[in-house]
Design a protein around this ligand. Structure first.
Ligand code: SAM
Length: 293
């Protein structure tokens, strides 16, 4: 069965009287080499860190082309799909596997700590997905904030522009709050680009596959992670402004003079912008902000 054959996909969906839904960000892969390469990218990294059985959690299996590849290598796959209409299709396309569980849910409404925590003792867990583009950033942020302690890596296909931001360095304009947050938890690597003609329907933009390799333990020390993420949010809350003005409008309860003292005490100029700070700078900034009385 080739779940990426375009006429097979169209016939299958017609038989189940459904079609691709824009509202759920449904762009299905129609070139088998792509889900094969994504699953390989996820599993090959998993192997470098494996200490237990392997579990892949997929967000949005669609009709199951990536799930199919993951099920061939991982011990267990749990796929979470929001669209009820796809469930009977997945029953059919994944019928040869007894290691796949499909859950009908909105991933963003799940209690992720409870969900991933349930499997963490038995499995090394990796997330792998061709993400629905309308909620890419909220999904990645939710994984980092709620589930990173349970995860080995997050391998995702996203829009190229989002990949630019995930993998940016401080010297580039794409660097933002999500880049700095990822840098605290791990390292994002851009693996390959995928052109629009590999999808049904074809999106307007090119996509990229990114693997976020998560550290076992945080590499940087900071007194309060909560303050670190406030500092990052604050620094990028007004992108065009200086760090001082951006922090000042974010932390309304801290005077501008005190914020300026912090910035200068860290050795930065008054006019520095948030995108010039790397993750170590943000850790130092957070520790200083935490000391303000
Ligand atoms: N994995 C398939 C593929 O590569 O062909 C489908 C990928 S498609 C870009 C995104 C999938 O995510 C769709 O199946 C869509 O229904 C599902 N989806 C969208 N929003 C979701 C959500 N909040 N929770 C779970 N699944 C979601």
């Amino acid at each position: 069965m080739n779940l990426c054959d375009i006429s097979f996909v169209k016939r299958l969906m017609a038989r189940y009287q459904t079609g691709t839904k824009k509202s759920f960000g449904q762009n299905f892969l129609i070139n088998k080499e792509i889900p094969e390469a994504i699953a390989e990218a996820s599993y090959s990294y998993h192997l470098t860190r494996a200490t237990k059985k392997s579990l892949a959690v997929e967000i949005g299996p669609g009709i199951g082309c990536l799930t199919y590849e993951l099920a061939g290598v991982y011990d267990k796959v749990i796929a979470i799909e929001i669209d009820k209409a796809l469930l009977p299709i997945l029953d059919e396309t994944l019928s040869e596997f007894d290691n796949v569980e499909v859950i009908n849910n909105d991933f963003l409404k799940m209690d992720l700590e409870e969900f991933f925590g349930r499997y963490a003792e038995e499995y090394n867990i990796s997330v792998c997905a061709n993400l629905p583009y309308y909620i890419t950033t909220p999904i990645i942020m939710a994984l980092l904030e709620k589930a990173r302690g349970y995860l080995t890596s997050i391998t995702v296909m996203v829009q190229k522009e989002v990949a630019d931001r995930l993998c940016a360095t401080t010297k580039k304009g794409d660097y933002g709050a999500i880049t700095a947050s990822i840098a605290y938890y791990g390292e994002a690597k851009r693996l390959f680009d995928v052109s629009p003609d590999n999808f049904l329907p074809a999106p307007k933009v090119t996509s990229s596959v990114v693997r976020i390799e998560l550290y076992d333990k945080p590499k940087y020390s900071v007194k309060s992670e909560e303050m670190l993420f406030k500092a990052i949010q604050g620094a990028f809350s007004q992108r065009r402004k200086t760090l001082l003005n951006s922090l000042s409008s974010y932390f309304g309860n801290i005077s501008k003079d005190k914020l300026l003292d912090v910035i200068v005490s860290l050795g930065f100029s008054e006019s520095i912008r948030g995108e010039k700070l790397d993750i170590e700078d943000f850790c130092r900034l957070a520790d200083k902000l935490g000391e303000i009385k």
